[in-house]
Write a protein that binds this ligand. Sequence first.
Ligand code: PNS
Length: 160
Amino acid sequence: MSTIAVVPGSFDPVTLGHLDVIERAARIFDRLHVLVVHNPDKSALLPVAQRVSLIEQAIAAAGFGENITVTSWSVGLLVDYCTDVGASVIVKGVRSQVDVAYETPMAIVNRGLAGVETIFMLPDPAHAHVSSSLVRQVASLGGDVTPYVPKVVADFLQKP
Ligand code: PNS
């Protein structure tokens, strides 16, 4: 039986840290859905459709997308999406104890709601300090985000 996993997130924008987790998860699971979820707790830089497009382009450029679907979700619980597509696992990158503390209640609730397990994946140390909020701040102040995001994202954020 094939195992389907979901990597959910705001991805506003996708970073090299996200891309690393997506690539490694795609090697472990038969099929991977990268799901852009609108997080009402955060004010967004990019429209959801733009975030989906940038993830698709970054994956295509990196060349590992055969078993990956990139899409968005805005109508209900994350686990409802998982149930709809037959996914039994959620994959989350955790960079620190702060991330673990943030993710743990959601993981327990998601398992309770629908029996969907969450797997925490540690980052490549090269990307452990990178976050979308840091990228948004550096970009908004005119700094170079090239070290933190896929080239397609850097080009998009830094276009004149
Ligand atoms: O990248 P983020 O902002 O940390 O991602 C958080 C996200 C969007 C994955 C999380 O807020 C989420 O799962 N939202 C979906 C709504 C939902 O199912 N809430 C209940 C989870 S306990």
